[in-house]
Design a protein around this ligand. Structure first.
Ligand code: CTP
Length: 205
């Protein structure tokens, strides 16, 4: 199979040197990419800025912003069998990117943010029969309810429900895999490398 995997955070620039981002390490997506390669799949890894090395054999497409990631993922998904969106994509970006470094002035400041595109939702709208779409849901409350909502709203086949109330960029994780046919498969805490293999086993790829 040709599998597109997104990983890591995105950066949404405010001015030439400042950005809004999140603490995603990319470890989960990179572990899924390594495991998919081990199983003989062709892997395209669309990655935001991370400090880890891409697994050997992956076609790495480095991106910075949510808009860059949307462009690359949508293009690659057109000829792919599966997309696994593990990236922590920014939901908002500054409405304007300043050309020059912002200067401080007395008092508070407000930055106006606008929505970014929901990449996964866009993929769910163009998904063809036979294409598999897998999302992640990072939740700190109402884990199953929120994840099930995203599974349905974004027309996914599977969603990995992650409880992130004790952090994000960890090397281990526990999660629950929800399927479009009502599957509900829990995975106890384990290294993300082992979790990647267990998730691909459960999804059947
Ligand atoms: N995602 C995406 N494009 C975005 C935001 C999120 O493709 N602009 C994908 C993520 O890669 C993940 C899934 O959507 O696979 C769920 O993301 P999450 O941030 O948990 O949920 P949201 O849909 O953004 O909803 P909310 O912020 O309300 O929790």
């Amino acid at each position: 199979m040709k599998i597109v995997i997104s990983a890591g955070p995105t950066r949404e620039f405010i001015d030439p040197i400042r950005f809004i981002s999140n603490s995603s390490s990319g470890q989960m997506g990179y572990a899924v990419a390594a495991e998919a390669l081990r199983r003989g799949h062709e892997v395209v890894l669309v990655s935001g800025p991370v400090a880890i090395k891409a697994p050997e054999g992956a076609v790495l497409i480095p991106v910075v912003s949510a808009a860059d990631m949307a462009e690359a993922v949508k293009r690659e998904f057109a000829a792919a069998d599966c997309c696994i969106m593990s990236a922590a994509v920014a939901d908002y970006r500054p409405a304007k990117i300043l050309d020059h470094k912002m200067k401080k002035s007395p008092g508070n400041m407000v930055i106006e943010l606008e929505r970014t595109e929901d990449i996964l939702k866009a993929l769910g709208e163009v998904k063809r029969p036979g294409q598999l779409l897998v999302g992640f849901a990072a939740e700190s409350e109402n884990l199953l309810e929120n994840a099930a909502g995203k599974l349905a709203r974004k027309n996914l086949d599977w969603i990995v429900a992650n409880n992130i109330s004790d952090g994000f960029a960890k090397t281990t994780n526990a999660c629950i895999l929800l399927g479009r046919n009502g599957e509900k498969i829990p995975f106890s805490t384990r290294p993300k490398t082992e979790l990647a293999a267990a998730l691909l086993d459960a999804i059947g790829i």
